[in-house]
Design a protein around this ligand. Structure first.
Ligand code: B4P
Length: 191
């Protein structure tokens, strides 16, 4: 089983690249952002709770997203591997993921972190906001808050994987296909 984590700030292209990577490498795509948006669209109690956090640019509580990942792993018992997109975003989530994968006699093989300039991140999110209809895209203040939360709460997760010698930094600037080629090269070196 090959498990990949795609890491990086909001707007760095995790979702964009994940769609291409799961096709190429036959992995199951687990995006906590997509799972949460599906819960919101279905107006479930979990979705209604999550919406309050997402609209303000805040992280959804750890126990909610860890529970979602746990049940998604259970749903895909026969998977060849998973691509975790936007998860983990806190140290508690990273530790929980290690435990869940250990229970499956597996582990995260590689963590790719997309490196993109902050002004480019805001530019992409403003642009996405024009068509996405996403409440967390519509306000530049919310987007800047999301970048701050990334720096304070999520970026420390990179050091966690650095200690495990699993972290590889990838230049996320430039055309989508250029970034995809860089990510593919990093994966091909590992598998
Ligand atoms: P996510 O759904 O994970 O989304 P994201 O970080 O905003 O974007 P991503 O990096 O995937 O960028 P994308 O490819 O779309 O999170 C949304 C919210 O859900 C979080 O703020 C949080 O509240 C909650 N949440 C999710 N996971 C959580 C967790 N684990 N714990 C707690 N809360 C959680 O790219 C952005 C834009 O750039 C797109 O328009 C794309 O077309 C464009 N783009 C991509 N690559 C480009 C390139 N190379 N050049 C130009 N444009 C590019």
């Amino acid at each position: 089983m090959f498990n990949l984590i795609l890491f990086g700030p909001p707007g760095s292209g995790k979702g964009t690249q994940s769609d291409k990577l799961v096709d190429k490498y036959g992995l199951v795509h687990l995006s906590t952002g997509n799972l949460l948006r599906a819960e919101i669209a279905n107006k479930t109690p979990l979705g209604m709770e999550a919406k309050n956090f997402i609209d303000k640019g805040q992280l959804v509580p750890d126990e909610v997203v860890i529970g979602m990942i746990d049940s998604s792993l259970e749903h895909h018992k026969d998977a060849n591997g998973f691509l975790f997109d936007g998860f983990p975003r806190t140290l508690a989530q990273a530790e929980a993921l290690d435990k869940l994968l250990t229970l499956k006699n597996s582990e995260a093989a590689l963590v790719l972190i997309l490196d993109v300039d902050e002004e480019e991140l805001i530019r992409r999110l403003v642009h996405r906001g024009k068509t996405s209809g996403r409440s967390d895209d519509s306000d530049e203040n919310v987007q800047r808050k999301r970048q701050d939360i990334y720096k304070n709460d999520t970026f420390p997760v990179a050091a966690y994987y650095q200690k495990q010698k699993k972290l590889v930094q990838v230049d996320g600037m430039g055309e989508v296909n250029q970034v995809f080629e860089r990510l593919s090269n990093a994966i091909d070196k590992k598998i």
